[in-house]
Design a protein around this ligand. Structure first.
Ligand SMILES: [Zn+2]
Length: 250
């Protein structure tokens, strides 16, 4: 059966001289693994449209759950990434997160759209890599089903009520008043500055195309960077070598 899908190449492994395996994030089928048989068979223009981080329209032969690439047509290329090691390494870390968490044959539309927006932002010359990293980490957690509940204090329902705390036990907010009343001694909580809470709410609830539209400075910047990374890795219960590599580049 022939299938045509749009997607972004998030992994590529060579097999021998001219063949390779591709991991492609698609809307309809989540992350799929496809075999590509050499430039001679599918043409060199298809081969370049199947490069890492190419956003292309792919035509596959699908047999059971195996995909073989017939052709690829570029839709959008993120050229700015390959010439910058730091940006490229960050994109590889993002791809790793998606590969680790996406089940095959499951709709990947929201993740695909968000990843495309992220790569577009990251390839820009003035890109703030560390901010993009943190926003990606915190927002992808929600897309993967680990959304924190930041709407209001979980007990009294107030949006802001004095000092606000984040509870790691159920990823919710609790105000200082309710925290005292409920005596939640065993619960791991963190005091959030108003600026940090505002940033967390913005990244969780704003529209995907607006999520990178802000700057962060000073203490809130450091706080959010730390919180976003710990939150995502805590939910996934693991770390990534590609993250260590990105950090070493600094
Ligand atoms: Zn409360």
């Amino acid at each position: 059966m022939l299938v045509t899908v749009e997607g972004i190449v998030i992994g590529k492994r060579d097999i021998g001289e001219s063949n390779c395996f591709l991991d492609i994030l698609t809307e309809e089928y989540g992350v799929i693994e496809a075999t590509a048989h050499g430039a001679k068979k599918i043409g060199s223009s298809s081969m370049s449209a199947a490069g890492l981080f190419s956003y292309s329209k792919f035509c596959f032969n699908k047999t059971n759950l195996r995909y073989t690439l017939n052709s690829a047509e570029p839709k959008c290329s993120f050229f700015g990434l390959s010439s910058d090691l730091k940006k490229f390494s960050l994109a590889v870390y993002f791809a790793d997160i998606i590969k680790y968490t996406s089940a095959a044959e499951q709709n990947g539309g929201d993740v695909l759209r968000f990843f495309a927006i992220t790569l577009f932002k990251l390839q820009k010359e003035e890109a703030d890599c560390d901010l993009i990293k943190s926003v990606f980490e915190f927002r992808i957690a929600s897309l993967l089903g680990f959304s924190p509940d930041l709407r209001a204090c979980r007990s009294c329902g107030r949006y802001i009520n004095g000092n606000m705390f984040f509870s790691f036990e159920n990823n919710s907010l609790i105000c200082e008043n309710c925290k005292d009343i409920e005596n939640i001694m065993g619960e791991e909580t963190k005091l959030l500055s108003p600026q940090l809470l505002h940033t967390m709410r913005y990244v969780t609830y704003s529209a995907a195309e607006k999520v990178y539209g802000f700057e962060l400075k000073g203490e809130t910047r450091t706080d959010f960077f730390e919180f976003a990374e710990n939150y995502l890795l805590g939910q996934l219960e693991r770390s990534f070598n590609t993250l260590d590599y990105y950090k070493k580049l600094k």
